[in-house]
Ligand binder design. Sequence first.
Ligand code: NI
Ligand code: MN
Length: 226
Amino acid sequence: MLTFNYYGHACFQLDDGNYKLVFDPFLTGNPAATIKADEVEADYVLITHAHSDHIGDGYDIIEKNNATVIGIPEITDFGGANVKTINMNLGGTLNLPFGFVRMVPALHSAGIPGGTPCGYVVGIGGKVIYYAGDTALFSDMKLIGQRDKIDYAILPIGDHYTMGPEDAAKAVEMLDASNVIPVHYNTWDIIKQNPEHFKSLVKTATVLIVNPGESLRLDEEQYKRV
Ligand code: NI
Ligand code: MN
């Protein structure tokens, strides 16, 4: 099995039945959040950058779950001495018990001195998932799509702080992704978007609109909602 559990804004969990990966766990103060930070289960927490709407409750969740943090050193250094840490940097690939994690570039600001934002390509449950983090459209997305056949791209569409629907639709094309799940919109008015508009712009992939609190099986043909 492979389940995508959307918790709101840019926070989601991938669960392959054995391992739970949580991405950008901003829940406290997140008006779109559908779960409290102390309810989140995680084996690994992957953080794309240090803006508060991404690093969020990360270290509380990591400590409560005895989870491993994955991120650039400038972010993993926030963890105390007892936190299990995997620091990596752009271009690196990790082989982990569930599959692999490749850290890829993102075009944004880091939220921390000396840092860089990133995205992740994750192999889990027989699927390849690309989570862009916060980013503008950039032409090297084409290389990301050539390196791995992306089954699911999880892309921001909110505009203002990241690419908006038009650029995100172009990103889907450059990535040659099979499916796309839009995130990072409608959390606040400043990033208000109609996901149906985004869907109408995407001609090269299946757009899966998932609302906060909803879950989707990624390993089944019919995209069963659970
Ligand atoms: Ni950001
Ligand atoms: Mn953000």
